[in-house]
Every structure is written in structure tokens, then in C-alpha cells.
Ligand binder design. Sequence first.
Ligand SMILES: NC(=O)c1ccc[n+]([C@@H]2O[C@H](COP(=O)([O-])OP(=O)(O)OC[C@H]3O[C@@H](n4cnc5c(N)ncnc54)[C@H](OP(=O)(O)O)[C@@H]3O)[C@@H](O)[C@H]2O)c1
Length: 297
Amino acid sequence: MTTGNHHSSPATVSVLGLGLMGRALAHALLRAGHRVTVWNRTPSKADALVADGALLAPSAGDALRSADLTILCLTDDEAVRSLLGQDGVDLRGTTLVNLTSGSSAQARETARWAERRGARYLDGAIMAVPPAIGTADAVILHSGPRTAFEEHSPTLAALGTATYLGEDPGLASLYDAAGLTMMWSVLNAWLHGTAMLRTAGVDAASFAPFAQQIAVGVAGWLPGYAEQVDGGSFPAEVSALETDARAMSHLLDESEALGVSTELPRLFKALADRAVAAGHGSEQYPVLIEEFGRPTP
Ligand SMILES: NC(=O)c1ccc[n+]([C@@H]2O[C@H](COP(=O)([O-])OP(=O)(O)OC[C@H]3O[C@@H](n4cnc5c(N)ncnc54)[C@H](OP(=O)(O)O)[C@@H]3O)[C@@H](O)[C@H]2O)c1
């Protein structure tokens, strides 16, 4: 993972797609001193940007022609392909950074599609909301040709913390999805714990600091557990999976008795029970990677 440098030199950048996110991207580029050309299907969304010094291109093809770098930020990949596939859009010699959300398969497909038409294509995923764009808090993931990222990282750094993940254009979307599963897992676990404690009159604010402590503690285990996953060996150094599976039964029983949702504990236990049945009970928790790494039975 590489982070782009912040020594911005003025470039000519086009931004196609001026929704909530596209406008934030274009404003950040203007603030950083770049020459910015914009285009949007509904041109009125460019008004504030034009007032701030952006040039409104009459067509997407014109916007592409005038730029060292073109940033795309549309609803979805279908919109990107239909826009760039129009007559009058010539991708030869262009460099595209597609910050539209999508799947890794779509990113790889759009990369091949754009490269066949003569473009250099970087895919991207924005891990931020529009108000954070232009600050270091806005992490923006990129994948695709390293040379294209390195050449344009001074410009991309105007949008946030520009991070490069590798040549495979699908990586940015994959990291995006992997980040979402982390986020929702932590939030759902906290909400389940909160629901249990509320039955005893403990409010969410009282539980939050303890929950935070657990989350931070568990996060600290990840590098060591990652070594086990990557090495394919899971010696029980601190706890065996069968011990964890017994604690899961307790969590499930407690949830049932309290009358709160049992969906999360049932999921935990089903995964662990399968691994124990497959003979992994005496190994450590990360052996569950084998359950996560195959389709749900
Ligand atoms: N907003 C966020 O917090 C956030 C965070 C991370 C990632 N993202 C991603 O950023 C992308 C844009 O999000 P947004 O919030 O800016 O959405 P938005 O406000 O709904 O804007 C969508 C943009 O796509 C354009 N568009 C849609 N279909 C089109 C088509 N067929 N041809 C040409 N233009 C088309 C729209 O043009 P019109 O103005 O003419 O309708 C508009 O400029 C999405 O992929 C989203 O997942 C957003």
C-alpha cells in the first residue's frame, strides 16, 4: 500500500459527474490550484464551480480532450460505460481515474474496456463523505497501472489521502468491500451487546467505552492472527476454537433468555461448529478462514 505525496503541481483535470461527490472533488481540485474542466448531464449543477473558476465543457468528449487527467464520479459503472461509449468520445491517450463505486469484477471489465479504446485506467474507491474531500481524512483507494498513479499522485493528493494498492484494477473495490464488512461487523456486534445490556437498564452510552476497549483490544490481535492465516498454521497459543465454541453457546443461551436477537450468535456458532466438526477444534480462531474462504453451504 503506497500513499501519494502532497506536493501538488497544477494540472489540467476534468471531472465528469457533478453529483454530491463529484462537486466536492472538483471544488478540492480548484482549491489546490488546478485548472478544472467539468461536465455534468444536468449542466446547472456546475454553476457554483464555474463561479469558482471551473470551465464547463459542452460535452463529455470535450472535457476529456482538454485534460491531463479525467476523474469520473457517476452513479454506477453502467453510467460510466454508457457515457464514455457515446459517439464523439475519444479515449485514445487519456488517463481516467474512475471513482464511481462498483464491484471488483466491474472495475476489471471497465479497465479492459477503456484500455481497448486507448486509455490508461485507474480504478478508485472513496472511503469518505463529500465534506471530508480535500482533507487527509478522505482516504481514496486506487488500483491499476502504477506508472499512471505515480504520475498523477500529486494531483490526486488534492482530493485526500491517495493510496495505491496494486496493478490489479479490482483491488480498490475489493478493499472497499473488505472495509465495509469490518465496519458492519463491529457495529452489529456493538448493537447486539447494547441490546443485551439494555434489558438490565444499561444505556448505550454506558456500554460504549467498554465496547470500544474490546474493539481496540481485538484489533491488536490482527497482525499476529494474519501471520497464522498467511502461514496456514493455527496453533492454539491463547485459546482453542472448541473453547470459543462453548463460549458461543453461552452467548446464544444468554441472548435467547434475554429475548434479544440471536442471529449474530447463531452465525458465530454455526461457523465454529462446522470447523470443529471438520477437526479444527484444537486450533486457534483464525482457522475459520477456511469457512470464510468458501461458498456458504
Ligand atoms: N456521496 C457519498 O458520500 C459517496 C461516498 C463514497 C462514494 N461515493 C460514490 O460516488 C459516486 C457518486 O455519488 P454521488 O453521491 O455524487 O451521487 P449523486 O449525487 O447521485 O450523483 C450522481 C451523478 O451521476 C450522474 N449520472 C448518473 N447516471 C448518468 C448517466 N447515465 N450519464 C451521465 N451522468 C449520469 C448524475 O448526473 P445528473 O446530475 O445529471 O443526474 C450525477 O452527476 C457513486 O458511485 C457513489 O457510490 C459517494
